[in-house]
Design a protein around this ligand. Sequence first.
Ligand code: AMP
Ligand code: MG
Length: 319
Amino acid sequence: MAFVNEISPEEREGLSNLYSKISSERSRRILHVNSEVRKSLRDFFIGEGFYELSPVILGPVTDPLNHPVSDASINYYGHKYGLTQSMIFHKQIALLSYEKLFIFSPNVRLEPLDRQATGRHLAEFSQLDVEVRDFSKDDAISLAERMYCFVIEQVRKSCAEDLEFFGRALSVPHIPFRRYDYSLAKERYGEEFEASLSENHKDPFFIENVALLDREFYDREMEERPGILSDMDMVYPEGFGEALSGGEREYQLERIIDRIKKKGQTFEQFKYYLEVARMGLPRSAGFGIGIERLVRYVLGLRNIEDATLFPKVIGKFSL
Ligand code: AMP
Ligand code: MG
């Protein structure tokens, strides 16, 4: 192969590790669980009358996120397109067509190196993104609770041998899940409240009503509690941390503009979204759940890298 450039020792080692990993029984079982988790999620949403939307992988506007990531954009015939960081704006717009949507959405987030050791961040992952017209935060929480219980019930049936192989016993929690108010939890348990609550729970729970500047501009500010958002995170127990984020959305142009200003972001970045918002967006709520994190939790895996066959590991060469 004289015509190809040399593969570096780091790249060769990466490929060789991947080869042994993929050929193992452990890997086959994880793949089975990953596949069954996706199937049960799809069955759940189709059963609830949702339509599945095709993912958008490239677009002129994407989720700004609430933390810095490296730029993943390209130029194509004079237009700048970015790789999707989440489909938040597209799913809001898609609700003009149908009222209940879900998407298995590949997200690329070129995360900073300090997230490599968290065990729950990849540079590419699958987000099951869900949005419903005229939904409230409470509706979204109730949907997430039912979804979670459905998936655990299904996986316990279809993956019993895999769960045994990983020594994992999962129970279906009671609905409603416990809820904590974001500001109160912070006051009571300190800055690391999410991690310590996660460590000390046996079942998933919600943290709701996040402070305005701690989230992206598109989550809706409460009328009755200015400075607080009508949104939430679901958190896995046993120290596995955040499972999903969601909430009600801003949909009126003036309020969206006000929130972009409060975040100190530029209108330029969101001009195409703002133009559509000017035409009118539906009122909605929804959430997004990371599939690899769910598989990691279901099997009790230490590292999210093991939850999928081709993980894009932060800062490392990955196939
Ligand atoms: P966010 O809207 O940023 O909270 O993302 C929605 C969900 O996607 C999170 O709750 C996680 O389950 C998942 N997620 C976010 N970032 C990552 C990442 N870098 N790697 C894997 N999963 C992620
Ligand atoms: Mg989040």
